[in-house]
Design a protein around this ligand. Structure first.
Ligand code: FAS
Ligand code: PHB
Length: 391
């Protein structure tokens, strides 16, 4: 089989790329290790930057997002029991974010790809990538025990942090930058009305908490927990009790509890692999970088990479290699700004058990400065809503 671009991974990065290339007449195949149900069952991101919203519109999959998504004009920081609103619209000249779950976004993309009759192989096993340092890369996989080989012009490694593409790059050709945090996020999804109109990021001596949502009827909550915690040790009641301890009386009074429909613990990590291009193979999304979810950047960075990559590949087929030659540098400049913001938000809002007392006090002073300074609130707001592209 031959295609122009073989996309590994049917998460947001792979599916958005597939849609954008399809609209430009570039033929693709998507190879996904899991079933569609498994991919949709992973509860992940909830916040879309305007650039991601625009890209989904460009990909032709924005209708349900605009119908069901919730535009948000700010967030609240709850620090020492005091709320500080970060007014996105006022601080960024009108920018805002869209609350729309990654699960729904992925469902929309899956349906659009199927409706267009584009080839996607789910449960593709033993995927391997070959000769990406030549002009004739190939991808191999098995499906139902039958081996297949795909000849292509390019391989898009959209296969996430544990994927095969980055792992196939020789060690001496890639540099990894990483920070692992000494805690995780215990997340709970419930069909209950959200505790507030906007997201609440709470810093508490017992640990960080986040009150988010997916709609007016479905809420998403997170608690910072030690890495030693096991999700099976957290009953719903224990979760709700701990969340109440970290919120103010206004939120506690408004909290509607109910049975969890999903509960999981995610580790927190900052990670970047450089470069993101290896001959005819490009990494995009979590395959190349990971951020702690504190800044709500993971999915948005995947969209950002794919915006650059789709344009570069279309340019190549139009006769210019400028885009593919600049892909890695352009992505990394934006990625590192989002990595810095996510690392900064994580340091400011979490309780670090082993941080020395001076550093802890300095972080508290920094947060106090940020929420009481126009410059500090503006910096937070313009990074949270998403920095402009410097195309
Ligand atoms: P993904 O990991 O979503 O997709 C990669 C796909 O490749 C997967 O479907 C995988 O099955 C497939 N794959 C892997 N190896 C393969 C192989 N060898 N062959 C074929 N297919 C293969 N971001 C936020 O903004 N907010 C959040 O709250 C948030 N929470 C998260 C919680 C968790 C537990 C995780 C892991 C991530 C979270 N993220 C969050 C980040 C997340 O949203 C990612 O940024 C987003 O999924 C990135 O999309 P992709 O790059 O497409 O990677
Ligand atoms: C979510 O709703 O899942 C969410 C929102 C904001 C974050 C992280 C996760 O910073």
């Amino acid at each position: 089989m031959r295609v122009q671009v073989a996309i590994i991974g049917a998460g947001p990065a792979g599916l958005i790329l597939g849609q954008l290339l399809h609209k430009a007449g570039v033929d693709t195949i998507v190879l996904e290790a899991q079933t569609p149900e498994y991919v949709l069952g992973r509860i992940r991101a909830g916040v879309l930057e305007q650039v991601a919203v625009d890209l989904l519109d460009e990909a032709g999959v924005g209708a349900r997002m605009h119908a069901e998504g919730l535009p948000h004009k700010g967030i609240e920081l709850l620090i020492g029991g005091v709320r500080h609103r970060i007014d996105f619209v006022g601080l960024t000249g009108g920018k805002q974010v869209m609350i729309y779950g990654q699960t729904e976004l992925t469902r929309d993309l899956m349906e659009a790809r199927a409706a267009a009759g584009l080839k996607t192989v789910y449960e593709a096993k033993e995927v391997s990538v070959h000769d990406f340092d030549s002009d004739h890369p190939r991808v191999r996989y098995t499906k139902d025990g039958v081996g297949h080989e795909i000849e292509c012009d390019f391989i898009a490694g959209c296969d996430g942090f544990h994927g095969v593409c980055r792992a196939s790059v020789p060690q001496n050709a890639i540099a990894n930058f990483e920070r692992v945090y000494p805690f995780g996020w215990l997340g709970l999804l419930s069909d209950t009305s959200p505790v507030s109109e906007e997201l609440i990021y709470a810093k508490h001596e017992r640990g960080f908490a986040l009150c988010s949502m997916r709609s007016h009827f479905r809420s998403r909550y997170y608690l910072q927990v030690p890495l030693t915690e096991k999700v099976e040790e957290w009953s719903d009641d224990r979760f709700w009790d701990e969340l109440r301890r970290r919120l103010d009386s206004q939120a506690v009074a408004a909290l509607v509890t109910g049975p969890s429909i999903e509960k999981s613990i995610a580790p927190l990590r900052s990670f970047v692999a450089e470069p993101m291009r290896f001959g005819r193979m490009f990494l995009a999304g979590d395959a190349a970088h990971i951020v702690p979810p504190t800044g709500a950047k993971g999915l948005n960075l995947a969209a950002s990479d794919v915006r650059y990559l789709s344009r570069a590949l279309v340019e190549f087929y139009g006769g210019s290699s400028t885009g593919i030659n600049h892909y890695s540098a352009r992505c990394l400049r934006r990625i590192w700004k989002a990595e810095r913001f996510s690392w900064w938000m994580t340091n400011l809002l979490h309780f670090f058990p082993d941080t020395n007392s001076f550093d802890q006090k300095a972080l508290e002073a920094e947060l106090d400065y940020v929420v009481h300074s126009l410059a500090g609130r503006t910096m937070l707001a313009e990074n949270y809503v998403g920095l402009p592209f410097d195309d």
